[in-house]
Design a protein around this ligand. Structure first.
Ligand code: UD1
Length: 352
């Protein structure tokens, strides 16, 4: 039996692509394990799959100076020791990393033990974890074609986003039943990234009366962000995070309001759901979501509103524009010949 270790975490965007790949690996050929952090969302998501999960010490990698950095450097060093111990025990043929700060010690330890590492980068510009990992990788896959300019040519390839197959085969009827949405109005789904988004939550809740005149709403608002005040309003359902129900919800969705997280927007593209993208700002991030959103908007798949100009009028006007241009947007998405990322990755892994 061949062995593979997956790593990646911190937010769901660094885990769901791994889940997509794990589901496609032949379980008679591959023995799968996962290395993640002690308390990240990956622990919860992977343990649900009954895959052996090893947690290591991990520190946040910051791009700015902070006292916490000193503590975290020690946590990362400890993480390397932890990861080395796990990898020595498992002796995998290959390590697959989806990035996020927990992945760096795993990639470093793999390299020290001469275990080949394969990376996937979802965002248009490589994240800090993957930037640090690139030199240790034998192969780097990307979702966006544009990302290749930041990576070594000889070992990098753009293949698209590995999307969980079940996401693509949801049932709209089941989705509506689950939501209890019974009217003929279009379903608007709001997904503020896997960890939620305060500003998006606010603009939706502040304009709920107006929105409910046109839409039935599903609000995926992130852990700890449920609003009691809005609970039980007819046509409005809120969830912190949804698991297997997501496929059916998206099958029933006609328009989505989303952060610019790469995996989410590639899922919406594959499902041909027109999007309003409200990316994380440059103050809150390295600006990667703005770049993801720009490319999608230039291609005609979405409208983008930057948080600085997110007013009630702008928001409602953009939704109206989408209603007007829906058909055209869906046609543009239809023309996107998305590559078969999952197949490419499985083919590469099977070489080991
Ligand atoms: C705050 C932060 O660092 N955000 C980053 C993070 O976003 P984030 O973790 O939000 O990642 P994405 O939007 O890329 O992916 C979220 C994943 O979670 C799934 N999902 C979400 C909500 C839910 O209720 N159920 C569910 O299953 C989505 O279907 C998707 O597969 O990783 C992305 C990919 O590197 C980056 O582009 C983002 O900038």
């Amino acid at each position: 039996m061949k062995k593979i270790v997956f790593t990646g975490g911190g937010s769901a965007g660094h885990v769901t692509p791994n889940i997509a790949i794990m589901n496609e690996l032949n379980k008679h050929e591959w023995d799968i394990s996962y290395i993640g952090s002690k308390a990240g969302i990956e622990k919860d998501l992977i343990e649900k799959m009954e895959i052996p999960y090893y947690s290591i010490s991990s520190g946040k990698l910051r791009r700015y100076l902070s006292k916490e950095n000193i503590k975290d450097i020690f946590k990362v060093i400890k993480g390397c020791y932890d990861a080395r111990k796990v990898l020595k025990k498992i002796k995998p043929n290959v390590v697959f990393s989806k990035g996020g700060f927990v992945s760096v010690p795993v990639v470093i330890a793999a390299r020290q033990l001469k275990i080949p590492v394969i990376l996937h980068e979802s965002d248009l510009t490589p994240g800090l974890a993957n930037k640090l990992s690139v030199r240790f990788a034998s192969k780097i896959f990307t979702s966006f074609e544009e990302t290749l300019q930041y990576l070594p040519t000889e070992k990098s390839k753009a293949i698209g986003s590995p999307i969980r197959k079940e996401i693509l085969s949801g049932s709209a009827a089941k989705g509506k039943l689950f939501l209890g949405h019974t009217s003929q109005k279009s379903i608007l789904t709001v997904m503020g990234g896997s960890l939620g988004a305060k500003k998006i939550n606010e603009v939706v809740r502040d304009n709920l009366d107006t929105l409910l005149q046109t839409y039935q709403i599903v609000h995926l608002c992130g852990k700890g962000n449920l609003s009691e005040e809005h609970a039980g309003i007819k046509g409005y359902r809120q969830f912190e995070y949804v698991y297997e129900e997501l496929a059916d919800i998206l099958a029933a969705t006609e328009v989505v309001v989303t952060r610019g997280g790469s995996n989410s927007i590639f899922e919406f593209l594959a499902l041909r759901i027109p999007m309003v993208i409200i990316p994380l700002t440059k103050q809150q991030s390295r600006g990667d979501q703005i770049l993801n959103g720009k490319v999608f908007t230039e291609n005609g798949y979405s409208y983008m509103i930057e948080e600085e100009s997110l007013t009630k009028d702008h928001f409602l006007h953009t939704l109206k524009e989408i209603q007007r241009n829906r058909e055209l947007m869906m046609e543009k998405m239809q023309q996107n010949k998305s590559k078969n990322a999952l197949e490419e990755i499985i083919k590469e892994l099977n070489r080991y």
